[in-house]
Ligand binder design. Sequence first.
Ligand code: ATP
Ligand code: MG
Length: 573
Amino acid sequence: MTTETPQPSSSETQATDFIRAIVVQDRQTGKHGGRVHTRFPPEPNGYLHIGHAKSIVLNFGIAAEFGGKCNLRFDDTNPTKEDVEYVDSIREAVRWLGYDWEDREYFASNYFEKLYDYAEQLIRKGKAYVDSLSAEEIRQHRGTLTQPGTNSPYRDRSVDENLDLFRRMRKGEFPDGAHVLRAKIDMASPNMNLRDPTLYRIRHAHHHRTGDAWCIYPMYDYAHALSDAMEAITHSICTLEFENHRPLYDWVLDAVQTPNHPQQIEFARLNLTYTVMSKRKLLQLVQEKVVTGWDDPRMPTLVGLRRRGYTPEAIRLFCDKIGVAKRDSLVDVALLEHCVREDLNKRAPRVMAVLHPLKVVIENFPEGQMRELDAPYNPEDPAAGSRKVPFTRELYIEREDFMEEPPKKFFRLAPGREVRLRYGCFVKCVGVVKDDAGQVVELRCTYDPQTWGGSSPDGRKVKTTLHWVSAEHALDAEVRLYDRLFVREDPEDEAGGGDFKAHINPHSLEVLRGCRLEPSLRAAKPGERYQFERLGYFCADLADCRPGALVFNRTVELRDAWAKSQRSADSQG
Ligand code: ATP
Ligand code: MG
């Protein structure tokens, strides 16, 4: 795997990637009658993650660009791992990302009867047979990459015997594993997927939609190809690991002679640094309570990213930037964070919050008085409006914005030094109050009444502007600071023989209580996103934020590692 700089792609009708190039060409040659019909086919066995977003944006995006359609299809052929909880969450995630499948919601399980009929057809054509070898024996007969397989002794059963057995499989006469239905293709094929792959297996299991109607279930390759054909899909876009399955996909469609034959096209799946993407591993994190749930803001799931404060626009922008390629790569998670910042920079109101409060008393500001300051929500966007911020004798500033003995490069507050308070005036530190342990617990300051508006008539300059809140008016809040869930760039790389959970970041969550927020946030609604000035972007927690019990998640810091790395790459190149 290589780390590569993704190429930007515009999303218009000219071909910006190899898949769109295929679609453009197919339309020119009139293949599929010029139609474009894609599908997004999740298996409802987990919540969708940012990798799925790449597939969703691609499939729905191509359909939209070429005047086509995109179906949502639940690939629910595996009864033991699937659940309606996942079906609901998938619908919600696709909608949240901004896509609409209208009335085109399908389930592979709705096709079970048809898929069964097609299987009988294959038997009648001599293209499928019931095999009674055990799973272990089938494995032994399969051969290896360098050795051809050997035919099963059951391979030449008569059509009648096959039909009889297959029907009895359906009726439930046999236990799990007694028989399978296999395609009769070629046990010597260099492609292992063509060595008489299994089409149906017996599984006495309850299905979340079909209940106990079936005890045989079709295999993915078989069901997927035929579902695509039944929905008249034109371009069946999937990830690279299915490249070797394409001959089987085509074999199934040719053998059944479906009226249309979709083209399977493979692209590289998204891998992100510091992130695991496999649903199996994400489920493990949930089940073992490494995280609080699928929607934990540290999860790469769409519900997790949403709760963290990511916007659908930012995720779509990210998908657009990474583009689509045919080679596996590892994308820097800093690029995703960069896209989030770019989007939130445009839309998030600026407010003031103090995470580690240090009390400041303005000695020459009268007790009991309040001055309302006008503070724009976004100084670069007048349309964002403004709010009033109260200034009082007692304030809070950020503890780290003061140092009693400042080193050379520290330009913030220190004894005898003057700074500007955002939207307010100049204040000067004239004293320090300490507790018995010698800890600074309060600053004594004076303010200059000539400096309301942020500058001094005598031209006096200050080096720093601090954020602050009125102590009397401040709201109490819990703020959750999230960091990467893994300390290793590629936690899924098990080269060292390690388990991905060995690379979990023990400091991925820091909970701060007693944070102080400006009073305009009193009515913050779950899901609302803000820039806390100088601190980052924050989002009122969807699950836990309530009036009177405010909880904010840090979405992303302000510092943009991605932009910085690009700038230094540019200056070097
Ligand atoms: P996982 O490996 O995470 O369990 P999956 O491929 O089994 O994922 P599906 O529900 O089958 O998950 O995926 C639905 C669609 O999303 C498929 O077309 C699949 O190719 C695509 N997809 C899944 N993961 C990624 C990814 N990381 N990048 C791009 N597309 C993906
Ligand atoms: Mg899958």
